[in-house]
Design a binder for this molecule. Structure first.
Ligand code: FAD
Ligand code: SF4
Ligand code: SF4
Ligand code: SF4
Length: 417
């Protein structure tokens, strides 16, 4: 096997396909501009190096790439609190992805001058795919609420953050957060500019082919530039995707038809199947759906957001927002509910990794890095996630399956020795 590469240009197409989560960070940090973020044939954004001769082998891309298994020394705190709640603005809550707490928190951070601006995702609009948006405008933030179930290259915004004065709050998926933390380790001036990383819990990120499929099936559109706008969430909870065509037609697709089952497994990116962290253990706070049983049965639940808080300042901010009447906030979450909702997300990735490792003990994996380095680094990441899991749920059936796989893997290793 190869050593850990110092340039992503050295990776084969197969390696890139399996490690890349399309965050765009490598493109943002490359000094020679030889990396590009392109849409591959499966509709995922993927880094490519069209002209490897231009690469200066400076190592910046490999140092920040969240796909390569290098852990920053960033200290992982277990979540200091798990809380849930919603915006008290009923109309806004109805349009938000879950309970609108993410947008309310961003608004509070702007108004209280804890940050000077916010970096979040733009929407699918005017035939254009979502790009990162930099804003100081709380009214604009409210128009951006919702979850974009398609690739969004949030890492590209790092170029703006480096250029702008002041501190920001950055919204992104957990994989991008991992890369941003690595970047902050390498670039202290940038670290001073990112006050908070806010992640959205993430099962998987669907491709643009998933979007194309929805447009073809529900709007009879073949040309994606004819899409006026897409809102993937909102309209209550779990809500619906609302697709609007330029000719005025509108299609409403229930959540269950575009983010679950065979649809999800067909359109998710390969990296998501190996995801080590669906939560955002490198974030200051992580936001997800409060998929409580009582809400599943309720017909008119507009949505709640669960927050896994790792930064005490953000917990204080949420308490302040509650005191001001902007949000509701509760800590009354039963552990069995947490295990039911999030257990599979926590354990699923580990099982996949452990299973792949067990297979890898017999069939060598074609991933970069020597086996010893890979093993050691991956173990660190796994241990951190496991501590997080144990603290939260105390074990679930899938967690026990994972442990069984670990035992098999250990035995296989011993047998080899
Ligand atoms: C691809 C994806 C998969 C998800 N999977 C799960 C899951 O399996 N389980 C779960 O509990 N929760 C999941 N979530 C999170 C959930 O859908 C909500 O985003 C979260 O609960 C916050 O809701 P809210 O109402 O507080 O956010 P809102 O107040 O609606 O604000 C959301 C903010 O996030 C920004 N945003 C939306 N999409 C993206 C994106 N792709 N990248 C960066 N910023 C973005 C918006 O611009 C907005 O600023 C996922 C989200 C995404 C985008
Ligand atoms: S995961 Fe991000 S940093 Fe790594 S290759 Fe892909 S786009 Fe670049
Ligand atoms: S090693 Fe440096 S120059 Fe080469 S692709 Fe990576 S960041 Fe760009
Ligand atoms: S599942 Fe993991 S790798 Fe895939 S988009 Fe979500 S955080 Fe990134």
């Amino acid at each position: 096997m190869n050593e850990m590469p110092d340039s992503l240009c050295r990776l084969s197409a197969a390696q890139m396909k399996h490690l890349c989560c399309g965050c765009g960070l490598c493109v943002a940090v490359c000094p020679t501009g030889c990396l590009r973020l392109l849409e591959n044939t499966r509709g995922h954004l993927e880094a490519a190096c069209p002209d490897a001769a231009v690469c200066a082998a400076c190592g910046r891309c490999a140092a920040v790439c969240p796909g390569l298994r290098r852990e920053p020394s960033y200290h992982l705190d277990l979540p200091s609190a798990i809380v849930f709640g919603h915006s008290t603005d009923g109309a806004f809550r109805w349009n938000a992805a879950s309970g609108g707490l993410t947008t309310e928190l961003l608004t509070y951070l702007l108004h209280s001058h804890a940050v000077d601006y916010v970096v979040t995702s733009g929407r699918y609009e005017d035939g254009r795919k979502p790009q990162p948006v930099v804003t100081r405008d709380a009214a604009q933030l409210r128009t951006l609420c919702g979850s974009n179930y398609c690739p969004v290259p949030m890492g590209l915004a790092i170029e703006n953050v480096a250029r702008l004065e002041g501190r920001c709050a950055l919204v992104c998926l957990p994989c991008a957060a991992r890369g941003v933390r690595r970047l902050m380790e390498h670039d202290r001036s940038l670290a001073g500019k990112i006050a908070f990383i806010i992640t959205l819990l993430c099962n998987h990120a669907p491709s643009f082919r998933a979007t194309a499929h929805l447009a073809r099936r529900h709007l009879r559109l073949r040309d994606l530039s004819q899409i006026e706008s897409i809102r993937y969430r909102g309209q209550g909870w779990f809500g619906q995707a609302v697709l609007s065509a330029r000719d005025g037609r509108v299609a409403r697709v229930p959540y269950s038809e575009y983010f679950a089952g065979p649809f999800a497994s067909h359109f998710r990116r390969p990296r998501c199947q190996m995801c080590l962290d669906h939560f955002g253990v490198f974030a200051d706070i992580s936001m997800g759906d409060a998929d409580f049983v009582k809400y599943r049965q309720a017909r008119d639940n507009p949505g709640e957001t669960v927050c896994f808080v790792q930064n005490a300042a953000l917990l204080a901010a949420l308490e302040d927002m509650k005191a001001a009447g902007r949000i509701t906030l509760s800590r009354e979450i039963r552990h069995d509910e947490l295990t039911r909702i999030y257990g599979p997300l926590l354990a699923g990735g580990h099982e996949m990794v452990a299973a792949r490792r067990a297979v890898g003990a017999i069939v060598p994996l074609s991933e970069p890095g020597t086996p010893a380095v890979v093993q050691a680094r991956w173990d660190v990441a796994l241990r951190r996630n496991l501590e997080f899991h144990e603290a939260m749920s105390g074990g679930s059936p899938s967690f026990h399956l994972y442990q069984a796989l670990r035992t098999v893997h250990r035995l296989a290793n011993r047998a080899r020795e």
